[in-house]
Ligand binder design. Structure first.
Ligand code: ADP
Ligand code: MG
Length: 488
């Protein structure tokens, strides 16, 4: 049975409210295209109300600002306890809204929970320093929360990214206005309800559903918002940075797209390289920003690898993402579905060799077969643009220098991977690949203790890791007059 949708309004100042315009919009189940629910459609006026609540909650005398950092960590942990309590419900609702497979979302949410706990633990470890300032002064630094943060979310990992951003901002002592992706508002609203149950003070966490060019843009250009953290496309990331510059020079963290190279050397162990390469591109139906979407395979093992990769793709069981037996579910919505099929057509037209997949599955919902192209070359559209779908593109290389140049020849720099049994090769590639994360003999591994973010146009700033809170803090230097000479 489908999980029940309990919350559809906007969450502002700890209250559930309709959009000021009274408008709503549907959120769709990607399994069959049916409407899950209609949710309130926030716009500028609602963003204004939410920012004003968040600003009030950030006042120096507010309960939130007066709370000890250790109490803030405790409150966040209480919130996370409630998320754990409602794990199954949240997890099913996530699938209803974005089609993430049962097994994938459970992994995502468990990871979200452990990273929330880790980040909460940093709340009372924010430390300034005493400086060796010149002059007759005593000088120290303070690190203080930046203010009201606008958090703009994507649809491909709604709970995970909600928690990664919200918990970090809250642990730092900020207050937040969250704008979930229009495709996936439902779990963000449940998380809002759990924050209320955990007893966060009013205005600390607000959620305004709505569309990017309206609600999202209003948040990005709001003069009382001190910081935006955004995960999504490069195109919108650039708009957000412009809006920040044009309004009040908001601090901006951007986690954008990728066209990540995965390199298979001729000495690689194919028994692990083939499944990891498949996982790297087919996980979450290819809808992951770090997807291994350019697979470079050494000429010596190319044919063997391609044969195994095709076999592997064919084993993936396509089916309802609610079913724990399914390996491969639908794309998130009709737009993405059409976009991915369009890229597959381009791949065929530009001369890539389609070996399996390439078609829609059934005639309801947004299912696309796991697709493998061989003989892909660097100039083809499918090797250059982010597809965000289950399309494995296999390219061939002969020399180490050549593949390194080709791997780095992209405007993106989010992730990269290499399979090799040579330590020298692994170390050299880890050093020279231009990417925020490099995986060696593994792929997609993430952990809250390590920072995450992109080189080049894949982003700005880092999330997670021991310095995660820095992106939400301002540093202040204090000088206190201290005459050197004291007494006689
Ligand atoms: P995708 O194209 O994969 O949906 P987007 O970058 O368009 O990714 O969307 C990511 C998030 O950014 C969503 O929450 C969306 O509503 C929001 N968004 C889209 N356009 C804008 C904009 N102009 N300003 C602010 N946010 C936006
Ligand atoms: Mg878009």
């Amino acid at each position: 049975m489908a999980p029940q949708v309990k919350y559809t309004k906007l969450f502002i100042d700890n209250k559930w409210v309709d959009a000021k315009s009274g408008k709503t919009f549907p959120t769709i189940n990607p399994h069959d295209g049916s409407v899950n629910a209609k949710v309130a459609e926030g716009d500028k006026a609602d963003i204004d109300a939410a920012v004003s609540a968040a600003k009030k909650a950030f006042h120096r005398n507010s309960p939130w600002r007066l709370m000890n950092a250790s109490e803030r960590a405790k409150l966040i942990n209480k919130f996370v306890d409630l998320i754990e309590r409602d794990f199954d419900y949240l997890s099913e609702l996530e699938t209803l809204d974005n089609g993430t497979l049962c097994r994938t979302r459970q992994m995502f949410i468990s990871m979200a929970i452990s990273s929330a706990r880790y980040i909460a633990s940093l709340a009372d470890k924010v430390e300034g320093a005493t400086t060796s300032a010149d002059g007759e002064v005593f000088s120290y630094t303070l690190k203080q929360p930046v203010g009201v943060c606008g958090l703009i979310l994507p649809w491909n990992g709604p709970i995970f990214i909600f928690l990664a951003k919200v918990v970090t901002a809250l642990a730092a002592g900020c207050t937040v206005v969250v704008k979930p992706a229009e495709q996936t508002p439902l779990t963000a609203l449940v998380l809002a309800a759990l924050s209320l149950e955990a007893s966060f003070p009013p205005g600390v966490l607000n959620v305004v559903n709505g569309f990017g060019p309206t609600a999202g843009a209003a948040l990005a250009s709001h003069p009382d918002v001190a910081k935006i953290s955004f995960t999504g496309s490069v195109e919108v990331g650039k708009l957000i940075q412009q809006a920040s510059g044009a309004s009040n020079l908001k601090r901006v963290t951007l986690e954008l797209g990728g066209k990540s190279p995965l390199i298979i050397m001729d000495d690689a162990n194919l028994d692990i390289a083939v499944p990891y390469a498949a996982h790297g591109i087919f996980a979450n139906q290819g809808q992951v920003c770090v997807a291994a979407s350019r697979l470079y395979v050494h000429a010596k093992i190319y044919d063997k690898f391609v044969e195994k990769a095709v076999e592997m793709a064919k084993t993936l069981k396509i089916g309802n993402p609610m079913d724990p037996e399914s390996h491969h579910g639908p794309q998130v919505d009709e737009d993405m579905f059409k976009k991915v099929l369009g890229y597959i057509e381009k791949g065929k037209k530009e001369g890539a060799r389609l070996l399996t997949g390439g078609k829609r599955v059934g005639n309801t919902g947004y299912y696309i077969e796991p697709t493998v192209f061989a003989d892909v070359t660097d100039n083809m559209t499918i090797a250059k643009e982010e597809i965000f779908g289950p399309v494995q593109s296999i390219l061939k290389f002969d020399s180490v220098d050549d593949v390194l140049e080709r791997a780095n020849n992209t405007t993106y720099g989010l992730a990269a991977g290499i399979f090799t049994t040579s330590l020298d090769t692994a170390l050299q590639f880890s050093k020279h690949l231009e990417a925020g994360v490099v995986w060696v003999n593994t792929y997609l591994h993430m952990s809250p203790q390590a920072p995450f973010g992109g080189f080049k146009q894949s982003g700005l700033g880092r999330e997670m890791g021991p310095k995660a809170l820095e992106a939400y803090l301002e540093e202040k230097s204090v000088y206190i007059n201290l005459p050197k000479k004291f007494g006689n």
